[in-house]
Design a binder for this molecule. Structure first.
Ligand code: MOS
Length: 772
């Protein structure tokens, strides 16, 4: 019996009333493409330097844009002196709020289902300043250097108003957001504070995490071409093509069919590659100048013009009964956003679904600061929320003298703790067991000898990883079969380096019963059927759902081609399956006809079908999440306080793995990002001026090779019976739990507990000296 059939049986048991359609239908038999370590199909072209990114497209008559950004955090522009810039060599245009074309406010992505921008502020439509870094002028030049020089000549006079820049100073005015990605800002069960007061063991601590930036290797960039008649072409770097097209149409009053957005290659997104002001300003400038425009943000401008992950201050209070089960679980805290965006950073989301507790209280608040609108960054919420929760669990394990894995076993819930729905698939404890064996988890009782190497102190830490399963509605896909036996599958989705093109070709090949080299997956173009966002780790499951729907539509069309002598005569679409380059009867698998024969018989050159995936009803009825166990070995220098990570293992439970090669890379990349969060990354915000003080990769420290050990990753590969093909998204979960696993290992090594990220040597040293 195949694992898929087993999963289908589980699904049937879980849904006797059939309100949710089972989405598993049985491709992926032995020898098929899914599950194979297929190398990235976009690899060779990237390695050869032939992939053209948004700022590399060759365009005749191109001009180059440079921005002038506000140097005050709040107020208004009184005057702009641009005379010198206008007469500088090669300067074509200076655009400010005084001459910018009318642009409608862009729809906001976290509140409008088709929004593509993080805030809905009007772009360069008036003199108001909302943050230090807001663009106040754009200079177009014949070369980038001429544009940059022109921008340097512009003088701006401001009238400055008092700005709200100090996170903690705003706490007295903190408020609960209306909702957090559609979920309530607070959840309460029982009397958590009372239960905490009566608990046998209590941990009640405050944890903080700083502002962070995505630091994609490719900075935000776009190349804009207006074609006379009002057609707009944007070569962009995006993870939301379909919504960007609709945003560009809305802002510039165009019909959607007159806008095309191309984004075939993206040099990293991580939640940052949306529509920001730079694209809108470049489109506006191209319109005014009647010339194509290229805009590339400098690394400093990435920090100033686009937003990153906001900061958090969190309280986690755990009250355990003597038997180690939780009497009380409290997770509260505050983040910062702006008056013109709604992204509260859902740091309590993992706490809502991870552990059983007799009483629970969860509440998030926000303060509004004058800063660039914050946005999603790889595992928004969970990346920093798991730092607090999983650190606190470690502190509780130590207080109770219980192994931290055993403690989590005692807290394992039978149903979702806050939704009270069944889990579709949850194998967290297996991920811990598999991981502990593979890593050689020693627990808390290892001998002091193996824990010291000269001046280095060695420790181990674990923490749970968690990320929700999402599937988005409204994603379409089109499949075309041609008489040469090939298939093209299309959807305007994204390849930011995750392996999208590869795994979708693998799935489509199996779905169609074709070898993978006869299948092409096309994406990255808004003229293709409207796809979905590459966000929330939802793209793979969402596209698979759409391809399944398109395949079903294709079967119906193919059966209309069946001739009188065919083995398929009279068969309905649910009585056939794709196999060996054609269709076969399910009840008589040797009765088949190839696609080529069907097409030739009907005198057709090709046949195509397009459809949208089913509504993601599975999410509403079941608790659907991914899990993992992060294992860290850290070495702490007892003299300098330096922390070095010497070993890492991520053990994941994320549904079915489509491609072990691209999956391992996704997990590893995210763990590396987690190591940055744990040890080195912090965007320093000057609360006097509202300006970032380290907006460069020289001073904003992402991990480099020497910071990263060999990272081992394993997975349960247990398909979720309720998701398409049994898959979960895997792009983000790897970041989660990393901060806590490091903090827990550091404590295990040297006895210093760091509750404020990043864990830099000054904090460790302070802790070490406090011990003596
Ligand atoms: Mo992810 S931050 O939702 O791209």
């Amino acid at each position: 019996m195949s694992i898929i059939q087993k999963a289908t049986e589980v699904a049937a048991k879980l849904m006797p009333d059939k309100q949710v359609d089972p989405l598993i239908d049985g491709p992926g038999e032995a020898g098929s493409a899914v599950g194979q370590a297929v190398s990235r199909l976009d690899g060779p072209i990237k390695v050869a330097g032939e992939a053209r990114f948004a700022a590399e497209v060759a365009i005749e008559g191109l001009t180059y844009a440079a921005l002038v950004c506000s140097t005050i955090p709040r107020g208004r522009v009184v005057s702009i002196d641009a005379d010198e810039a206008r007469s500088a060599p090669g300067v074509i245009l200076v655009m400010t709020h005084e001459n910018a074309p009318e642009m409608a406010s862009p729809p906001q992505m976290f509140t409008d289902p088709h929004g593509a921008t993080t805030s809905d502020l009007p772009i360069m439509q008036n003199a108001e300043i909302h943050w230090n870094g807001e663009p106040v002028a754009l200079v177009l030049g014949e070369t980038q250097e001429q544009a940059d020089y022109g921008a340097s000549l512009i003088g701006v006079e401001y009238e400055q108003n008092d700005a709200d820049l100090d996170f903690e100073a705003m706490f007295s005015g903190a408020e609960a957001p209306d909702a957090i990605l559609g979920e309530p800002a607070s959840v309460s069960m029982g009397h958590a504070e009372d239960a905490l007061g009566e608990a046998a063991h209590v941990v009640d601590e405050v944890y903080t995490t700083p502002r962070l930036y995505h630091a994609a290797i490719e900075p935000h960039a776009a190349t804009i071409v207006w074609n006379g008649a009002g057609d707009l072409l944007v070569h962009d770097s995006l993870q939301t093509i379909a919504d960007a097209k609709s945003a560009y149409a809305k802002v510039f009053g165009l019909k959607e069919k007159n806008v095309r957005v191309l984004s075939p290659f993206v040099g990293g997104g991580f939640g940052s590659k949306y529509v920001w002001s730079h694209q809108l300003l470049a489109i506006a400038a191209a319109k005014l100048a009647e010339r194509p425009v290229r805009i590339v943000l400098s690394r400093e401008e990435v920090f100033r013009v686009t937003g990153g992950r906001t900061l958090t201050k969190q309280r986690v209070a755990l009250g355990a009964k003597a038997d180690g089960t939780l009497a009380s679980l409290i997770h509260t805290g505050t983040t910062a956003m702006t008056r013109y965006n709604e992204f509260p950073e859902q740091f309590t989301f993992s706490t809502r679904h991870m552990y059983a507790a007799a009483a629970l209280f969860i509440a998030q608040e926000v303060v509004r600061l004058d800063m660039v609108a914050n946005t999603s960054m790889r595992a928004p919420g969970e990346a920093v929320g798991t730092f607090a929760l999983e650190s606190a669990l470690d502190e509780l394990a130590i207080a109770m003298a219980v192994d931290p894995i055993e403690l989590r076993r005692r807290m394992e819930p039978e149903r979702d703790p806050t939704k009270d729905t069944p889990f579709s698939s949850r194998n967290l404890l297996q991920a811990y067991e598999d991981g502990a064996t593979r890593f050689g988890w020693k627990g808390r009782d290892s001998s002091s000898e193996s824990r010291r190497d000269g001046e280095w102190l060695i420790g181990q830490g674990v923490a749970s990883a968690y990320y929700p399963y999402y599937r988005m509605p409204g994603c379409a896909a089109r499949i075309e079969l041609t008489v040469d036996g090939r298939a093209v599958v299309q959807s305007s989705v994204h390849e930011m380096g995750m392996g999208t093109a590869t795994v979708q070709a693998q799935h489509a090949a199996d779905r169609l019963g074709l070898p993978i080299d006869l299948v092409t997956f096309q994406y990255g173009d808004s003229d293709l059927p409207a796809g979905t966002i590459a966000g929330g780790s939802s793209q793979s499951a969402t596209v698979i759902g759409a391809v399944m729907a398109a395949h079903e539509a294709l079967l119906k069309k193919l059966l209309k081609l069946v001739g009188s002598g065919s083995a398929l005569k009279g068969a309905k679409h649910d009585e056939v399956m794709s196999r060996n380059g054609g269709l076969c009867r399910i009840d008589a698998p040797d009765q088949c006809e190839s696609y080529v024969s069907l097409l030739e018989g009907a005198g057709e050159k090709s046949i195509a079908a397009e459809a949208s995936g089913s509504m993601p009803l599975e999410i509403m009825k079941y608790s659907m999440h991914s899990y993992g166990a992060q294992f860290c070995e850290a070495r702490v220098n007892s003299i300098t306080g330096e922390v070095r990570i010497s070993r890492w293992l991520g053990s994941f439970d994320t549904g079915r793995i489509l491609n072990p090669k691209t999956a391992a890379s996704q997990f590893r990349g995210a763990i590396v990002m987690g190591l940055g969060l744990a040890l080195t990354e912090e965007a320093l915000f000057d609360k006097r001026t509202g300006r970032f003080m380290n907006p460069s990769l020289a001073e904003y420290h992402v991990p480099v090779h020497l910071d990263v050990p060999e990272i081992d990753v394993i997975w349960t590969d247990i398909p979720d019976p309720l998701s398409p093909m049994g898959v979960h998204g895997i792009g983000e979960i790897g970041v989660t739990g990393v901060g806590a696993a490091v903090a827990n290992a550091v404590h295990d090594a040297c006895g210093v507990r760091i509750r404020n990220l990043p864990i830099t040597l000054d904090k460790v040293l302070a802790g070490l000296s406090a011990q003596t």
